[in-house]
Write a protein that binds this ligand. Structure first.
Ligand code: MRU
Length: 353
C-alpha cells in the first residue's frame, strides 16, 4: 500500500531538468532549472541533487542535455555519437560512490549504441529513457516499500541514517519508502532520524520530508543511537545504500557502519533498502567500493561558521562507509527481501531479474 509523498525532487519539463535545490532545504524550498550537461554535472557534484537513485535520474537527464548541445555542434552522426559517449562517461564521474549514477549512464549509453535513428530521433529516445528511469524508480520504491512494510512490527520505532527518502529518489524513497508503506498500514509507527554529520541530511532533509507528509519523526544526533537502543526505544533500523557489493557489503552515508554495529550489539534488526540498480555484481566485496572524499569545510564549518581551531587541525572527510554483510539482517529490494548468505541470494536475485 502506497502513502504518496508530496515531494518530486527531480522532473523533466519542456526539455529541461527541474530539481529541488537540496542544499538550501529547510531554509528554502525552490526548484532550479538545469539546461546544460555541464550544469547537470555540477549540480550532481555539488549535491543540489543527491541520493543514489536521484543522481542516477539526474545523470540520465544530463546526457539528454549533452545530446541537445551536440546536435548544434555536429552534423555527422558518427562524430556526434563518439562525442556523446565521451560525455556520458564524463557524467558518470560526477560522484564516485553511488553506483546508480554509473548504471543510469550505462543505460543511456546502450540507447546511444543501439539506436538506428538520426540525431533528433536519438535525442527523443534518450529523453524517453530518462523519463522511464524516473518513473521506474518510483514504482520500484513502492514495491520495496510494500515488501519492507511486512517486517515492520506494529507501532515500531524505526531508526534511519542520512536521507533515503523521496528527496533521494524519484519521489517515494527506499528506506523512507518502507516507512511510508508501513505508515499507510499502521499510523502508530514513528521514525528516529540521525542528524548525519557533516552535511546533516538527516536533520535537514529526513525530518523535513517526514514532517511534510505528517509522519512522526524525532531528530537525534549521531552519537545518541546506542543510548536509545539500550533503552529499548528502537525496534529496527532501515537505511538506504549507495552501492552493494556481490557479497552484500553495503556502502551508505558515513556513520551507517556505527549504527549497524550498535544494532548488532543490541540485537536489533538492521535492514538495507535499495533497488537492484544499487547492487554492483561486478565487485566481490565492499573493499572495492570507491569512497568519496569531500571537502574539509563540510567538517570545519557549520552554516559558514568555523567550529574548530583555524589552523593546526588535520581534517579527513570520507562521505561513505561500508557496513559488512554480517551486520545486515536483510536487503529489501523491489523483488523481495533477501537474506544471508548474500553471495547466493544476490546471485539468485539477478538470475530471476
Ligand atoms: O551524499 P548523499 O547525500 O548523496 O548520500 C546519500 C545516502 O547515503 C543515502 O542514504 C543513499 O544514497 C540512499 S538514497 C535512497
Amino acid at each position: 500500500m502506497a502513502f504518496e509523498s508530496k515531494i518530486r525532487p527531480i522532473t523533466w519539463e519542456n526539455g529541461v531538468s527541474k530539481m529541488l535545490d537540496q542544499t538550501v532545504i529547510p531554509y528554502e524550498y525552490k526548484y532550479v532549472e538545469i539546461s546544460s550537461g555541464d550544469e547537470m554535472f555540477n549540480a550532481i557534484r555539488n549535491m543540489i541533487v543527491r541520493g543514489a537513485p536521484a543522481i542516477g535520474i539526474a545523470g540520465a537527464q544530463g546526457i539528454v542535455l549533452y545530446a541537445k548541445e551536440g546536435a548544434n555542434k555536429f552534423t555527422n552522426r558518427e562524430e556526434f555519437i563518439n562525442w556523446l559517449l565521451e560525455k556520458a562517461d564524463y557524467m558518470a564521474t560526477s560522484r564516485p560512490t553511488a553506483v546508480n549514477l554509473m548504471w543510469a549512464c550505462d543505460e543511456q549509453k546502450k540507447v546511444i549504441k543501439n539506436s538506428k535513428s538520426d540525431i533528433n530521433g536519438l535525442i527523443e529516445e534518450l529523453t524517453t529513457k530518462a523519463i522511464e528511469i524516473e518513473q521506474d524508480d518510483i514504482d520500484r520504491c513502492k514495491k520495496m516499500g510494500d515488501y519492507g512494510a511486512e517486517v515492520v512490527p506494529k507501532g515500531a520505532t524505526i531508526l534511519t541514517h542520512c536521507n533515503a527518502g523521496a528527496l533521494a529518489t524519484g519521489g517515494y524513497g527506499t528506506a523512507l519508502g518502507v516507512v511510508r508503506s508501513a505508515f499507510a498500514k499502521d499510523n502508530t509507527i514513528q521514525v528516529f532520524a540521525d542528524e548525519t554529520r557533516p552535511r546533516q541530511q538527516g536533520a535537514r532533509l529526513t525530518t523535513f520530508e517526514l514532517a511534510m507528509d505528517g509522519i512522526p519523526v524525532t531528530l537525534i544526533t549521531d552519537g545518541m543511537c546506542s543510548y536509545f537502543m539500550s533503552k529499548g526505544m528502537i525496534d529496527m533500523v532501515v537505511v538506504g545504500a549507495d552501492r552493494i557489493a556481490a557479497n552484500g557489503d553495503t556502502a551508505n552515508k558515513i556513520g551507517t557502519y556505527t549504527v549497524a554495529i550498535a544494532a548488532k550489539y543490541h540485537n536489533i534488526p538492521f535492514y538495507v533498502a535499495a533497488p537492484l540498480s544499487t547492487i554492483d555484481i561486478s565487485i566481490a566485496s565492499g573493499k572495492e567500493i570507491p569512497i568519496e572524499e569531500r571537502n574539509r569545510e563540510e567538517v570545519t564549518h557549520i552554516n559558514g561558521k568555523i567550529i574548530c581551531a583555524e589552523s593546526g587541525v588535520n581534517i579527513i572527510n570520507p562521505g561513505f562507509d561500508v557496513t559488512p554483510n554480517e551486520l545486515i539482517t536483510g536487503i529489501i529490494t523491489e523483488k523481495g527481501i533477501i537474506r544471508p548468505d548474500y553471495k547466493d541470494s544476490i546471485k539468485n536475485l539477478f538470475m530471476i531479474r
